[in-house]
Design a binder for this molecule. Structure first.
Ligand code: ATP
Ligand code: K
Ligand code: MG
Length: 676
């Protein structure tokens, strides 16, 4: 899917869009776009006057009427083509996704025996078994086992990912393939509601609804259209009263030139293309509203590990405290990590191996594993003989040891702080009341983070790093990465609190996350970007999912959102400014047609009244296809504050919108005038 996602507009897409341009002429479809619907009504009237001149017009104007009809029809087709082209890539993607959605056989587990049923019969709560080489029959959660899964059908990324029961990597997607081992899965979606179904309807635009911004703009454009309609309709009797004869096709041409057809024709293409840009970027936005909200974000909440840093925090050294032996510290660190499947836990065992050390493995028999939790900030192992082994954040382990009646060695804090000041994470290791020392976890800030935060600042966006790590480590990483603010030792509920606080100040907040404990905060945020590798709860709470599971992408998503809003604003300004020039072409021409002495009004020195009207109308039509690439690609975006952006755009597109048609109409008139 990725290969064709990246591909540009191909021949078949353009061909389909051409066909769709005609299908979209259906008045029922057209009615959703009042500006273009008025153009269509006008086109129909001019057509009647051309084919039935006896009833509706005069014989000698047939040529002119027919020309007006053709230009109006082209105006409609151009607008339809813009929308169809914007929809085209999504439709092509949907087709390729549908191919991956073929029916397969699922191994349903009923009372301990396997029953084969078609995947389409699976319901929420069913348990299935998927073995090596088989396709996963539906979305679900791994409840037993571990397997590597090829998810390229949805992510385009061919390297298999590990899925395992428990933790943040347990969610699987229907249509992906198990490449090794065997897992038990609890199905979490009913037929028709799966992730792929949602993806299809998203990229296809089937569920595309107008965003509040689009509705507001549409209302404005409709009001403008209505006003001009009233003006033009009242112009006719007024002119007749003054004994000036204004032809109906001329009035229709005037109306079409005055109403905002440029933005009316491109509006939906701009929205669809914006959504599409997000999709090309391998991010699924659940609605256009989410993409637009991204464009208006004031505050961005980021977590440290995995977003700002690479996130593979690796144990790099064992540092004993209180006169303990390094070998003994290492052994207890290993015991606390035997079943700890977090990257941190695994790295402890790797370090042990690398240093050629060993630990008494039999201690791991018959004990209870204590899983790492963000709330306790510790993990460990309760031995069969009753001894409790823990490793975790220094302050958490200190409290735990003190509660057990132990004492804290005097050099613990100093040694811990030294690690933290270097940006590392110290983990203390203890057995019951005795602290043996520290594990030095190293993580590195991703390159280029500083520049990215610099950009965000120039866009007027505040960045807050929220981490469960200690304040010293947090401060070091925050300084190194250049975030505006940070919150250390934060528990999951603290993230929600930060979001609420910002929102209460009237700000829009974005955040990324992947864990079940991030889900409430993802739902609370105005833009919640969940990682595809994350839990189902996170993905359902968020309004965007990143298929590549790269949390720092939120930065680009915001840029795309801004670009969408800017493109819409710029083309609206351009469209309305455009109409000014058309007054100067059409109105004098119209009156000169009736009263030749009014030639003095012809400020643009256009060839003849007829050619002036046709030139304005031709310009009005061809400006739509000329602007399609801009509507699709978006206007160039440089990070700067919203107010500066706004004034810059009004200058460029407002002034440009007035000047360009004067030049354009004049050039067209020079050509047209030689023909008539
Ligand atoms: N596997 C583990 N075993 C024991 N303690 C751990 C483990 N992983 C992390 N910790 C400790 O718990 C703290 C909190 O971890 P948590 O994952 O909540 O936040 P974080 O990863 O530090 O920050 P972030 O929110 O940026 O991901 C860590 O700073 C570390 O001190
Ligand atoms: K117009
Ligand atoms: Mg973490």
């Amino acid at each position: 899917m990725n290969s064709n996602r990246k591909s540009m507009l191909t021949g078949p897409i353009v061909k389909n869009a051409l066909k769709d341009s005609f299908i979209k002429l259906n008045p029922v479809t057209m009615m959703k776009n009042p500006v273009m619907f008025v153009v269509e009504a006008g086109t129909a009237v001019v057509l009647l006057m051309t084919v039935l001149p006896g009833y509706f017009g005069t014989q000698e104007q047939i040529g002119f009427n027919f020309t007006v009809f053709v230009i109006l029809l082209l105006t409609l087709l151009f607008a339809n083509f813009a929308e169809a082209l914007a929809e085209g890539r999504g439709k092509a993607q949907a087709d390729s996704l549908k191919k991956t959605k073929k029916e397969i056989t699922a191994n349903l587990l009923v009372n301990g025996t396997i029953k084969q049923i078609p995947s389409t019969d699976l319901r929420k709560g069913d348990i299935v078994i998927v073995a090596q080489g088989e396709m996963i029959p539906g979305d679900g959660e791994v409840i037993e086992g571990l397997a590597s899964v090829d998810e390229s059908a949805i992510t385009g990324e061919s390297a298999p990912v590990i899925k395992e029961a428990g933790g943040d990597f347990s969610s699987v997607t229907g249509g992906t393939r198990v490449v090794s081992d065997r897992i038990q899965i609890r199905i979490t979606s009913d037929p028709g509601e799966s992730f792929i179904d949602r993806m299809i309807s998203l990229v296809e635009g089937a569920k595309r609804q107008k965003t509040p911004n689009e509705i507001a703009l549409n209302t404005l454009l409709t009001s403008l259209t209505l006003i001009f309609l009233i003006v033009v309709v009242t112009l006719a009797p007024l002119a007749r009263f003054l004994e000036i004869n204004l032809e109906i096709p001329v009035l229709i041409a005037l109306l079409v030139c005055l109403i905002p057809t440029t933005i009316g024709g491109l509006l939906s293409a701009i929205g669809i293309a914006g959504m599409d840009r997000v999709t090309q970027f391998n991010v699924l936005a659940m609605s256009g509203k989410a993409v637009e909200a991204a464009g208006d974000i004031n505050t961005m909440i980021l977590d440290k590990t995995g977003t700002i840093t690479f996130g593979n925090r690796m144990a790099s050294r064992f540092i004993p405290v209180g006169g303990e032996q390094e070998a003994e510290l290492a052994a207890w660190a290993a015991v606390s990590s035997v079943k700890d499947e977090t990257p941190e836990g695994r790295s402890v065992l790797e370090l042990l191996k690398k240093q050629g050390m060993t630990y008494p493995e039999s201690l791991g028999d018959n004990g209870t594993f204590i899983e790492f939790k963000a709330e306790t900030r510790m993990s460990g192992f309760d031995l069969a003989d009753g001894r409790k082994v823990r490793k975790g954040a220094v302050d958490a382990v200190k409290k735990w040891v003190e509660a057990a009646g132990g004492t804290v060695p005097g050099d613990l804090d100093d040694k811990g702080n030294t690690i933290a000041k270097e940006g590392g994470t110290p983990l203390a290791v203890a057995v019951d009341g005795r602290i043996f020392g520290l594990i030095y976890l190293k993580d590195t800030v991703k390159p280029g983070m500083r520049e990215r935060f610099e950009q965000l600042r120039s866009m007027g966006i505040k960045t807050v790093m929220c981490t469960g790590d200690n304040p010293l480590t947090a401060a070091t990483i925050a300084r190194e990465a250049g975030v505006d603010d940070f919150i250390a030792e934060s528990k999951p509920e603290d993230k929600i609190a930060v979001i609420r606080k910002e929102q209460n100040e009237g700000k829009l907040v974005a955040m990324t996350g992947d864990g079940t404990n991030d889900a409430p905060a993802l739902a609370q945020a105005d833009v919640g970007l969940a990682m595809n590798s994350g839990t189902i709860a996170a993905k359902e709470a968020a309004n965007m999912v990143d298929l590549d599971s790269d949390p720092s992408k939120i930065i680009e998503v915001v840029a795309i959102g801004k670009q969408l809003l800017m493109t819409r604003g710029a083309l609206t300004t351009f469209s309305i400014a455009n109409d000014v020039a058309k007054y100067f072409a059409i109105i004098p021409a119209m009156f000169t047609l009736a009263i030749p002495q009014m030639e003095a009004l012809n400020v643009m020195r256009l060839g003849s009244p007829m050619s002036a009207i046709l030139s304005a109308l031709i310009f009005n039509a061809i400006i739509i296809p000329i602007l399609i690439p801009l509507a699709m690609k978006g206007v160039a975006y440089k990070p700067m504050s919203s107010t500066r952006l706004l004034s810059r755009n009004i200058f460029v597109y407002g002034l440009g919108g007035v000047v360009v048609p004067f030049v354009g109409i004049k050039i067209i008139d020079l050509i047209v005038h030689t023909w008539i």
